[in-house]
Design a protein around this ligand. Structure first.
Ligand code: ZN
Length: 309
């Protein structure tokens, strides 16, 4: 039963194989990564951030990026397979592996950009321009990291976000992702930033990427969907974390977001039971805690309470 004011459908992009895996210290075998991606595709997920073309010395977990990307592109030609790239070299490698969609990350905070990619925001934006010119075959989206807050400089002034989007607009980029990298946003702030971005850049397609560090991700997602946002990045099992808050949760769990939307009458096109099976596989093959709630619910007596009074 759909409530008025909410969209009919949302699109969920699973970033577990990138944002989730990159936080796992123990190497996940390439075939396990591919099995998890296969499970997600079979559950009906139409967009996946499949890997990250970063320096393997910095993030050894992503050393098989080219193999994963090529396998995914060959097996699922219709999947929106996205790879994260921090620089031009990453884009070169992604393109070589057959990737068509790349997410280029720039932080809205100077201090975080420096820590993350060792460049100033201006340098990152100049690099983005180079990348777009060098790779006309790639569809480039911009991930605005720390769009809501930064571990070093606190709450991010919205002007910082707008400045990055202005540059993206000049490069004719229409897909942008507002990332709550450290899970610090609240629903009011989320709503305010969305309204501002929609007002200033009405042609931009906005995706939201919310971490659950403070347990706010689903609340922020609700605030966003109420304001017409229909694209969300989530992570299967809630895999991931926040490098600035050791032991914290990762992104909003895909299975929890799917449950919430479907219960709200908002279609996701995703089979929750199949998703939960993927979570079970992760629990056996990935050395990281699952923080999503739906696995426990589906495997406990809570599930049988539906018909009871
Ligand atoms: Zn993230």
């Amino acid at each position: 039963m759909k409530k008025t004011g909410f969209p009919d459908n949302v699109r969920i992009i699973d970033v577990g194989p990138r944002d989730g895996f990159q936080n796992v210290k123990t190497f996940i075998e390439t075939e396990d990564k591919l099995s998890i991606i296969e499970g997600l595709v079979k559950a009906g997920i139409a967009g996946i951030e499949v890997t990250s073309f970063v320096n393997p010395k910095a993030i050894p977990q992503m050393k098989d990026a080219a193999v994963v990307a090529a396998a995914v592109r060959e097996k699922y030609p219709d999947l929106e397979a996205i790879a994260l790239v921090p620089n031009l070299r990453g884009a070169d490698n992604a393109s070589k592996a057959g990737i068509k969609n790349v997410a280029y990350v720039v932080s809205a905070s100077e201090a975080h950009n420096k820590a993350n990619v060792n460049r100033t925001v201006d340098e990152s934006l100049a690099n983005l321009r180079e990348l777009v010119i060098a790779h006309p075959e790639l569809s480039v989206r911009v991930d605005v990291a720390t769009a809501f807050g930064c571990p070093y400089s606190g709450i991010t002034p919205p002007e910082n976000v707008l400045r990055i989007l202005k540059e993206a607009e000049e490069l004719e980029i229409t897909e942008i992702t507002l990332c709550d990298t450290i899970g610090i946003a609240n629903p009011a702030q989320t709503a305010d930033l969305i309204e501002l971005v929609k007002e200033k850049f009405p042609k931009m397609n906005i995706t939201l990427h919310l971490h659950n560090t403070r347990g706010m991700a689903l609340a922020n997602m609700t605030a966003a969907v109420e304001r017409g946002i229909t694209r969300f990045e989530t992570s299967i099992g809630g895999l991931g974390g926040c490098p600035f808050a050791p032991g914290s949760e990762g992104n909003a769990a895909t299975e929890d977001a799917v449950y919430m939307f479907e219960q709200m009458g908002i279609r996701t096109g995703i089979d929750l039971d199949k998703l939960v099976d993927v979570v079970g596989y992760i629990m056996e093959h990935v050395d990281a805690p699952v923080t999503g709630k739906m696995y426990k619910v589906k495997n406990s007596s809570c599930m049988n309470m539906a018909g009871n009074i």
